[in-house]
Design a protein around this ligand. Structure first.
Ligand code: NAD
Ligand code: TYD
Length: 350
């Protein structure tokens, strides 16, 4: 039995993680703490908001007093730490926001757990959700393993690397029972349309240009979000304390090949002539410090805990497109207001 504090549960991955734990473990009590930034949206959790084992608190992970109050009130036995600023492009324009939430926020949360648990770590888990971007950029060959030296290159990845180091420091220094996972790029429902896949789906629907940075030759390793949270579930329950596990799908795509696959599937689904949406592809100025390639070696997770991804990419992308086409209200709501302001700053004025 656990009483779990999930941070960032109203975001993309956090909402899938919250839904999985609330529905799969009715005996667990789940408290979702989320600041509801532009990326947080309670609509993502509409289907479980009235479940008896779930509650939501709007608040910030940098708020020491609030964290103390929540730990005292709920006596958490575990933390699943998902809250973060997560978009590389935003980290280039506003790095301090990333340091504040990802570094200071993680340290504040670690301290709150340490103070509350007070050395009584029996049955406790502090699980930190992180990214493969901490390892830097690969060339054409090789994979990131858990032993790969950290080499973050964007303010986002540097802030996540820093938070990973803090979590490990609390394990070594205070013996806090931590677990860390570093996952490759996720995709799926409820993904905010500032990231490549949902942005392109949104723009294809609206016949708007598909902005490809540089030559579109950068490579990412894509994993369906439900496979990611399934892996977190396995690591949370069976992974070893103090360990790091890499999560990935062995599913590498250049950005241009990926966007062409999206166009192909969407032409069929929207009843457009083959090749129609590809005409929207527009090459734009490259991202500053753009990492060339990410690719995960997830063999530790497979060999030790038997985890494998369940979905093939073409199927996952098809399910994802169908979700966005069915949930146009969600997409319209998150792309109104501030989104337009962001979009113009990022793409129109580039
Ligand atoms: P997201 O941006 O969709 O969601 C982040 C959530 O955190 C939002 O609900 C937001 O409101 C909340 N939040 C932000 N600042 C907060 C603060 N100060 N206090 C409380 N809540 C705050 O992000 P995501 O894509 O769901 O990523 C979740 C986690 O997974 C992050 O730690 C990210 O680094 C990691 N990750 C993401 C990916 C990916 O492909 N998206 C891959 C690997 C790891
Ligand atoms: P993104 O979804 O932002 O994830 P990350 O940068 O964390 O990997 O970007 C995925 C890839 O797509 C990355 O190589 C940058 C590229 N990209 C574009 O070409 N155009 C875009 O408009 C965006 C948002 C990303």
């Amino acid at each position: 039995m656990h009483t779990i504090l999930i941070t960032g549960g109203a975001g993309f991955i956090g909402s899938h993680l919250t839904r999985l734990f609330v529905t799969k473990y009715p005996g667990y009590k789940i408290v979702n703490l989320d600041a509801l930034t532009y990326a947080g949206n309670l609509e993502n959790l509409k289907d479980i908001e009235n479940n008896a084992n779930y509650s939501f608190v709007k608040g910030d992970i940098t708020d020491t007093a609030l964290l103390k109050e929540l730990f005292d009130m709920h006596q958490f036995t575990a933390v699943l730490h998902c809250a973060a600023e997560s978009h590389v492009d935003r980290s280039i324009t506003d790095p301090l926001a990333f340091v504040t939430t990802n570094v200071v926020g993680t340290a504040t949360l670690l301290l709150a757990a340490k103070q509350h648990w007070h050395g009584n770590y029996e049955g406790k888990i502090f699980y930190h959700i992180s990214t493969d971007e901490v390892y830097g950029s690969l060339g054409a060959e090789g994979f990131f393993t858990e032993e790969t030296a950290y080499d973050p290159r964007s303010p986002y990845s540097a802030s996540k690397a820093s938070s990973d180091h803090l979590v490990r420091a609390f394990y070594h220094t205070y013996h806090m029972p931590v677990k860390i996972s570093n996952c490759s790029n996720n995709y799926g429902p409820y993904h905010f349309p500032e990231k490549l896949i949902p942005l392109c789906i949104h723009n294809i629907i609206n016949n708007k240009p598909l902005p490809i940075y540089g030559k579109g030759e950068n490579i990412r390793d894509w994993l369906y979000v439900e496979d990611h949270v399934g892996a977190i579930d396995v690591i949370f329950h069976k992974g070893r304390i103090g360990e790091t596990y890499n999560i990935g799908g062995h599913n590498e795509w250049t950005n241009i090949a990926l966007v062409k696959e999206l166009c192909r599937q969407m032409d069929t689904k929207l009843g457009r002539p083959a090749g129609d949406s590809e005409k929207l592809i527009t090459y734009v100025k490259d991202r500053a410090g753009h990492d060339l390639r990410y690719a995960i070696d997830a063999s530790k997770l497979k060999d030790e805990l038997g985890w494998l991804p369940s979905l093939q990419f073409e199927e996952g992308i098809s399910k994802t497109i169908d979700w966005y086409l069915t949930n146009s209200d969600w997409l319209n709501a998150v792309t109104s207001g501030n989104y337009q302001h962001y979009y113009e700053g990022q793409y129109v004025k580039r």
